[in-house]
Design a protein. Structure first.
Length: 276
């Protein structure tokens, strides 16, 4: 999950710490990317998540793991096909994806992560402990021109994937629309352009989903936005913002991936949109 995108350079929301611990607990990350703050938050939230699970409801952990694994799967497929040998992950936080992908693919891919200065500095310190990983740069994704200037550093002859995991539901509708338009324009500079993101829909999960969303809003200490009711509303918006093709994937489409059929996984969707 992302940091609250305020202009304050020291703003790191609790969700960044919490998510880092979830990934580490499930073998997707390295302990160096799990913070002490995250471990405290994980322990504090465990009773509420356990109560939800025992009552037959979803867990935040299941949602986080499902979205991460599906995005990983789609990115790996694009890398294997040669369509995405360059990756830019925006608002990357403590995500282990860049570290894992560079460990796995080495010089075959170029991986860059971007985040607000405080989070980016913390990530660089963690990667120094690991002795390698993606390049991490400072970027306010909402600042005009920053994304576009960063894209200039990539090879225009190779495909590019842009990822925004855990970001969209923390932006209002206008901000999402502007961001999608900017990402689509950037990807149009490359021979293959892939955009991957998670999205929680307003209609997902019914009353249980709405109750869970209220809990999530309280946890992140801010408003969580649900811009679209269902998948059918998402695709036209992506096409209007400049993508050539768009799809919205459910974790249930990938039963071979661990946890994609768990309670909570069904609350999240993964956007897969392309240029060219």
């Amino acid at each position: 999950m992302p940091r609250v995108l305020s202009r304050g350079p020291e703003a790191i929301s609790p969700t960044a710490h919490y998510t880092g611990v979830v990934w580490a607990r499930h073998g997707l990350s390295h302990p160096a990317l799990a913070t002490a703050e995250g471990r405290l938050l994980y322990a504090a939230l465990t009773p509420a998540m356990l109560a939800s699970t025992l009552a037959g409801g979803p867990s935040l952990e299941a949602l986080l793991l499902a979205r991460h694994r599906v995005i990983d799967h789609l990115l790996e497929a694009a890398i294997d096909a040669g369509d995405a040998t360059q990756v830019l992950e925006l608002a990357a936080g403590l995500s282990p994806r860049g570290w894992r992908m560079t460990e796995r693919h080495g010089d075959a891919i170029t991986y860059v992560e971007a985040d607000l200065p405080a989070m980016a500095a913390r990530k660089r310190r963690a990667l120094d402990v690991l002795g390698g990983g993606p390049r991490v740069v400072d970027l306010d994704v909402l600042a005009p021109g920053g994304l576009e200037a960063l894209a200039d550093a990539f090879d225009p002859e190779r495909g590019l994937a842009v990822i925004t995991e855990g970001l969209l539901n923390y932006l209002d509708a206008d901000a999402v629309d502007r961001l999608w338009g900017r990402i689509a324009a950037v990807l149009g500079r490359f021979p293959h352009g892939l955009y991957l993101s998670d999205l929680v829909l307003r209609g997902a999960g019914g009353a249980t989903g709405r109750a869970f969303s209220a809990l999530l809003s309280a946890f992140v200490r801010g408003h969580v936005h649900f811009h679209f009711y269902d998948e059918a509303a998402v695709i036209p918006a992506l096409l209007r913002d400049g993508f050539d093709t768009a799809d919205v994937r459910s974790p249930a489409e990938f039963p071979q991936l661990p946890g994609t059929l768990d309670r909570g996984a069904g609350l999240v969707r993964v956007v897969e949109a392309r240029r060219h």
